[in-house]
Write a protein that binds this ligand. Structure first.
Ligand code: SAH
Ligand code: SF4
Length: 386
C-alpha cells in the first residue's frame, strides 16, 4: 500500500498545540485527517475507519501502535495530533466501590464523572453534558453552579475513554465488562446540549468502537419538552425524566423549568417518545424529600399521572450537600411510598445511595469551575501551554 499521497508538510501550516483525536466522531475524525494531516479526500474515509478502531476499540494512546497504518502517515499524525485524554485532576474511590473523577477538559473547565459498579449488567458510568447548569432545581447541588459551558461531543465521549483507561477496559470486549451502561445523569441538562449529546452517543454506541448499545444509554432530563421526541429520534437512547412532583404548584417550586413546560405538556411529549413499550420504558426519577413530596396521597397521584405510560419509577433518597435546604424522607416512609407504587404494578426500586462518602451520589456533583471572561480564559490557556 502506498501512502505517498497522504503525506503532508506540517511546516506549511503551523499547528498551535496539537489537538487530540480521542473521542472524535467518525466525521470529525475524517475532517481532521483531511484538514490537519493532508490526507486525500478520497482516502479519508478508509483512513478514518482504520484510526477509529485503534482509538475507540483498542484505546491506543500512541500512533506507533497502529500497525496497519504506514510509518510515514503515523509520523505525520504524530506531528499534528495526539491521542491524549483530558487529565484526571482528582480520583476518589468510595467504600462501596463507586469512583468519582474530576476531569479537566480545558484550563478552568472541569466536570465530574462517576463510575457506579453493580448497576445494569455490570456497572454504569454517569457522564456530564455541561459544566454547571442553567436550571436551578432547589434540591440539586449542580444547580448552584452557574453554567460555565456546554461540553463538546468529544469531551463527553472522552469521559468514557478516561474511565475505561482507569478500569483497564481496553480493547472493547463483550466479556467481563465493567462499564455496561451510560447514564447522562451527571452535571448539566443534556437536552440543552442535544447536538453534542447526540454526536457523543453516536461515538459511544458505535459497534466498532466503545460499543455500548443505545438501549444501554439513558438520557435524563428535567423536562425540556420541545427536545424530548427529538432526543428519541436522533439517539434511540432510553429516556429518564426528573419528575419529583405530581402537581404543577410543587413542581414549579422544585424544578422551576416546570413553569415553562408544565406537567400536562411534559406528559404529552413523553407519550410521543419513539419506540415506547414494555421493552422500552421511561424511567421517572422521584427524589424523596421529607415532608415535601413524600405523602402517600402523592404516591397515589404519581400512579394516576403515569397511567398508560410504559414506566419505571426510581425513588431516590435525597442526597444532602452543604447547606442543602431539604432532608431525606424517613426510610419507612420511602418504603411505604414504594409499596403504593409497586401495588399499582410499577417496578419502583429505591435507588440505594452510592458514593455518598465521596459526594458522588445523584445531585451532589459540582466543580469549582467558573465562567471566565475571554481574557481570563486566554491567560489560563497560555499558562497551561507554557
Ligand atoms: N439535568 C438532568 C440530568 C441530571 S440527572 C436532570 O435533571 O434530569 C441527576 C438526577 O439526580 C436528576 O434526576 C436529579 O433530579 C437528581 N438529583 C438532583 N439532586 C439530587 C439530590 N440532592 N438527591 C438526590 N437526587 C438528586
Ligand atoms: Fe440542572 Fe438537573 Fe440539577 Fe436541575 S437536577 S439543576 S436540571 S442538573
Amino acid at each position: 500500500m502506498t501512502t505517498a499521497l497522504d503525506l503532508y508538510d506540517p511546516s506549511a501550516k503551523p499547528v498551535p498545540g496539537k489537538p487530540s483525536l480521542a473521542g472524535l466522531t467518525r466525521d470529525a475524525l475524517k475532517t481532521a485527517l483531511i484538514e490537519g494531516a493532508g490526507v486525500e479526500e478520497r482516502k479519508a474515509k478508509m483512513r478514518a475507519d482504520q484510526l477509529w478502531r485503534w482509538i475507540h476499540h483498542f484505546g491506543v494512546t500512541d500512533f506507533d501502535a497502529m500497525t496497519n497504518v504506514s510509518k510515514d502517515l503515523r509520523a505525520v499524525l504524530d506531528q499534528n495530533f495526539t491521542l491524549n485524554r483530558p487529565e484526571i485532576v482528582e480520583r476518589l474511590v468510595s467504600v462501596d466501590g463507586t469512583r468519582k473523577y474530576l476531569i479537566r477538559l480545558a484550563p478552568g473547565v472541569e466536570c465530574e464523572t462517576v463510575f457506579i459498579p453493580d448497576v445494569g449488567r455490570s456497572g454504569a458510568l454517569c457522564v456530564s453534558s455541561q459544566v454547571g447548569c442553567t436550571l436551578n432545581c432547589t434540591f440539586c447541588h449542580t444547580g448552584t453552579q452557574p453554567l460555565v459551558r456546554n461540553l463538546t461531543a468529544q469531551e463527553i465521549a472522552a469521559q468514557v475513554i478516561v474511565a475505561r483507561d482507569d478500569l483497564a477496559e481496553w480493547p472493547t470486549s463483550n466479556e467481563n465488562r465493567q462499564i455496561t451502561n451510560i447514564v447522562f445523569m451527571g452535571m448539566g441538562e443534556p437536552l440543552y446540549n442535544l447536538d453534542h449529546v447526540s454526536d457523543a452517543i453516536d461515538t459511544i454506541s458505535d459497534g466498532d468502537g466503545i460499543s455500548i448499545g443505545r438501549r444501554r444509554i439513558t438520557v435524563s432530563t428535567s423536562g425540556v419538552v420541545p427536545k424530548i421526541v427529538e432526543l428519541g429520534e436522533r439517539t434511540g437512547a432510553m429516556l429518564a425524566i426528573s419528575l419529583h412532583a405530581t402537581n404543577d404548584d410543587l413542581r414549579n417550586e422544585l424544578v422551576p423549568l416546570n413553569k415553562k413546560y408544565p406537567l400536562k405538556e411534559l406528559m404529552d411529549a413523553i407519550r410521543q417518545y419513539p419506540g415506547l413499550g414494555n421493552a422500552k420504558r421511561v424511567t421517572f426519577e422521584y427524589v424523596m424529600l421529607k415532608g415535601v413530596n413524600d405523602s402517600l396521597a402523592e404516591a397515589k397521584a404519581l400512579v394516576r399521572l403515569l397511567k398508560g405510560v410504559p414506566a419505571k419509577i426510581n425513588l431516590i433518597p435525597f442526597n444532602p450537600w452543604p447547606n442543602s435546604p431539604y432532608e431525606c424522607s424517613d426510610w419507612d416512609r420511602i418504603e411505604a411510598f414504594a409499596e403504593v407504587v409497586n401495588r399499582a404494578g410499577y417496578a419502583s426500586p429505591i435507588r440505594t445511595p452510592r458514593g455518598r462518602d465521596i459526594f458522588a451520589a445523584c445531585g451532589q456533583l459540582r466543580s469549582e469551575s467558573k465562567k471566565l471572561r475571554a481574557s481570563e480564559r486566554k491567560k489560563l490557556q497560555d499558562a497551561a501551554s507554557a
